[in-house]
Structures are given as structure tokens and as C-alpha cells.
Ligand binder design. Structure first.
Ligand code: F6P
Length: 423
């Protein structure tokens, strides 16, 4: 006799491998036979739980769940939505309990970043407060790699691999054009307040004269004069200059160089556009012909060039989350622990959600080169194993990847509609 049903949901910015976690959760739950009843997914994260928009993953054949592991995006939809504290919004918590009770949901697995860990943490305490047994497990994911308590975040290794490879490839291009055309190429990466993704571009360089020649990190305040002098010196020495800039670069006063406008539900400003801005600055002040690329969603959806290590992490945290749920754990997150640097070895251990929620892990000082424009050997040692191995998706005869779109069959609603405060 099953002890109840399990609800899985995706939250925050999706990654190339978050569906691999979903696939591992569903497969692990199915492998437990009757210990877990149904595996539901919430449509658009916690919003689906509040709206009672549940998806029955049970109708998906094993092959579709297997194919999820090589499909980018978030199969059930994601959201950016912050739950207030129970004191400020008791109705939403009561609604969640009503939905859990109506559908006999005993375990809630929330797959997201640090803001989503906050939601998972808040939910983990409502069972006791509202008299319904619900266990809540956070599952890590974020391309930003800024989650505390875990050595790396699933999603990051793949975006790092994409970034290092793109930098390397664009570098070959610029080198060929530099004598008569483009001298400067700028690639903008995501990463918001932490420079992990931009730093990963540094893996492409074997010597100081290999691209990327300069990396601009959010951890290092932008100094225009010093930057322009470094670009000029690089073009004079190497013939061209490849620059990687994090979207989160700030000036000495702490202001972002580029804000795309808008603030999300977590209060994060939407960033973007710093790459073209930097390229235009170089053109205006140094006169070099330039190109700029904003890798934006391309970088975090690039499943075709995913890291095999990252994929293994993404699947392992999903599997562990199910094991934790069945072991009766609550308010924890499966975290990746690096147990050996060379050869790279890792294991999964539970971390308390209250040490993950709302914290941001920035690049440590010892990972940033003394001039602030590159990474150190220590950073390289940390980053290198995370991009190792390829995990190509299968391809169709027409040359495109064979990605899956699930049926996402809705579960029949049992409750009256609920108006989500502020929505
Ligand atoms: O989830 C993290 C992230 O990928 C950031 O690096 C980026 O700034 C942000 O998401 C973009 O969020 P959205 O897709 O909601 O605009």
C-alpha cells in the first residue's frame, strides 16, 4: 500500500539538464514500486501547486521519461514566484495544504536555485504548523553556480562547457579576421551576481595569449581606463582580443553596467546588454572593429553540448532526493561533495535547506587573477572536471536532436479556484 503521492516541480531559470533531474526523480520513484503512489508534477513550479494544476507523469511511457534526460528546457514549466512568510500570507499555505491533502501528496520535491530553496524551506515547516504530514526536499539547479553548501550546481557544468567552447571557437574566427577586419570580440554570459560562468571561459586558454584574453567578473569593479589599456595592449601584442563579460559586471559604485529593465518576483533586476556596451566602448575609445554576442538563453539551453559530468550530477541529485524523501527526511537538499580532485570524484550528501536559501556563493578571491582580468590555476583545477565528458543527445534523420515533448496530462481538479495574492 503506497504511503502517498509525490509532487515534483521546477523553479527559476531552467538549464540544459534540469529535465535530467526530473527524469531521474520519476525513474527513481517508479523503481520504488508501491512505496510511492503517483508522481505528479506541478505546472509552472509552485504556481501549479497553488492553482491545483497538477500533471500526472504516470501516463508517460518509460521511453519518454528516458528521453527527458536529454531534452533542454523545463518539461513542466517553471516560475519565478516568491512565497511570503506564513505570517504574511497564511491563505497560500493553507491552500497548498488543501491541495496536498486533496491529492494525497506526502512529499514535495522542489528543483531550483537559492530563491527556490527559500520556498522549499518555508514549505518544509508548514506541515507541522498546519497539521498535515508533508516532507519537503530541495533539489539543486542553477547555471549561475552560486548555490551554497554544494561544490557545484547542476546546470553549471554544461553552461561552462558551452561557454569555454564558444569562446575557443569564436577565438579561431577572430584570429583569422584580425589583420584586415575584426580585432575585438566580446561574449556576454549570464551569472547575475557571481562570475562562475564568465570564469569558465578561461578554460579555453592554455597560454596567456589564447582567447579569452580578458574576463570581466562581477566580483571585480569595472575600471574603464584600466580595461581599455589592457585591451589595447592585447591587440598590440597578440593581434586581436577576445573578451568575456559577465552580465553582472558593476562599476566602482556597485551599479550594474547594463540593466535590461524590469525586476522579477525575487527582486532581481533583469540584466543583459553589457557585451554590446563593452564592444561599443572599445570601438569608440580605441577605434578597433568589433563584434559582440550575447549568449543569453542559448547558453543555458545548449543541451547538444552538455557536460557528461554535469548530467551525472543532475541525475544523481534527483535520485538522491527520492531516497531522502522515503527515508523520512525534511528540509534538506542533496548536495554535491568533491571527495577527490584528481581523479575527480564526488558523492551526494544531504545539506540543510536553511544553509542554502537566499545565499549566494561568489567566486573566491583565490580564483581571480591578480590583475582581475582572468582566472588562476586554482580556479582551473576547480572548473576543469565540471565540463568533462560529452553527453550528446540522439539525432533524428533530419539532423536535429531528438527531443521529447511530454503529454503533460492534467490531473482532475478537486478544489475550488484560488486567487494567488498579487497575481
Ligand atoms: O537562473 C539564473 C539565470 O539564468 C541568470 O543567470 C539570469 O540572469 C537569469 O536567470 C535570467 O532570468 P529570466 O530567464 O527569468 O529572465
Amino acid at each position: 500500500m503506497a504511503a502517498g503521492n509525490l509532487l515534483y516541480a521546477q523553479s527559476g531559470g531552467v538549464t540544459a539538464v534540469i529535465n535530467a533531474t526530473a527524469s531521474a526523480v520519476i525513474e527513481a520513484a517508479r523503481a520504488r514500486g508501491t512505496r510511492i503512489g503517483k508522481v505528479y508534477a506541478a505546472r509552472d513550479g509552485i504556481l501549479g501547486a497553488l492553482r491545483e494544476e497538477l500533471i500526472d507523469t504516470g501516463v508517460e511511457p518509460a521511453a519518454a521519461i528516458r528521453a527527458l534526460a536529454h531534452t533542454p528546457g523545463g518539461a513542466f514549466g517553471s516560475c519565478r514566484f516568491k512565497l511570503k512568510d506564513i505570517a504574511g500570507d497564511r491563505a497560500s499555505y493553507e491552500r497548498l495544504i488543501a491541495v496536498f491533502r486533496a491529492h494525497d501528496i506526502r512529499w514535495f520535491l522542489y528543483n531550483g536555485g537559492n530563491d527556490s530553496a527559500d520556498t522549499a524551506l518555508k514549505l518544509s515547516s508548514i506541515g507541522a504548523a498546519l497539521g498535515y504530514p508533508i516532507a519537503c526536499i530541495g533539489i539543486p539547479k542553477t547555471v549561475d553556480n552560486d548555490l551554497a553548501e554544494t561544490d557545484s550546481s547542476p546546470g553549471f557544468g554544461s553552461v561552462a562547457k558551452y561557454t569555454a567552447i564558444s569562446t575557443m571557437e569564436a577565438g579561431f574566427d577572430v584570429r583569422a579576421m584580425a589583420s584586415t577586419s575584426t580585432r575585438v570580440f566580446v561574449l556576454e554570459t549570464m551569472g547575475r551576481h557571481a562570475g562562475w560562468i564568465a570564469a569558465s571561459a578561461g578554460l579555453a586558454a592554455r597560454t596567456r595569449d589564447d582567447p579569452p584574453h580578458l574576463i570581466l567578473l562581477p566580483e571585480v569593479p569595472f575600471d574603464e581606463a584600466r580595461f581599455l589599456a589592457a585591451v589595447d595592449a592585447c591587440v598590440k601584442r597578440v593581434g586581436y582580443c577576445v573578451i568575456v563579460v559577465s552580465e553582472g559586471v558593476r562599476d566602482a559604485t556597485g551599479r550594474f553596467l547594463a540593466e535590461a529593465g524590469g525586476v522579477d518576483a525575487f527582486g532581481h533586476r533583469q540584466l543583459g546588454g553589457v557585451g554590446p556596451l563593452i564592444a561599443d566602448l572599445v570601438g569608440a575609445k580605441l577605434g578597433y572593429k568589433h563584434h559582440a554576442a550575447v549568449s543569453d538563453y542559448l547558453q543555458r539551453s545548449a543541451r547538444h553540448i552538455a557536460s557528461k559530468t554535469d548530467l551525472a550530477h543532475a541525475r544523481a541529485v534527483g535520485k538522491a532526493a527520492v531516497a531522502y524523501a522515503l527515508a523520512g527526511m525534511n528540509a534538506v537538499m542533496p548536495a554535491i561533495r568533491r571527495t577527490s580532485q584528481r581523479p575527480y570524484r564526488w558523492t551526494i550528501e544531504p545539506a540543510p535547506l536553511d544553509r542554502v536559501a537566499n545565499r549566494e556563493k561568489q567566486l573566491p578571491r583565490q580564483f581571480i587573477r591578480a590583475d582581475g582580468f582572468g582566472i588562476t590555476a586554482a580556479a582551473r583545477r576547480y572548473l576543469a572536471p565540471l565540463i568533462e565528458g560529452e553527453a550528446h543527445p540522439p539525432y533524428r534523420a533530419d539532423g536535429l536532436p531528438d527531443y521529447v515533448v511530454l503529454k503533460n496530462r492534467p490531473v482532475r481538479k478537486k478544489l475550488p479556484q484560488f486567487r494567488i495574492p498579487g497575481h
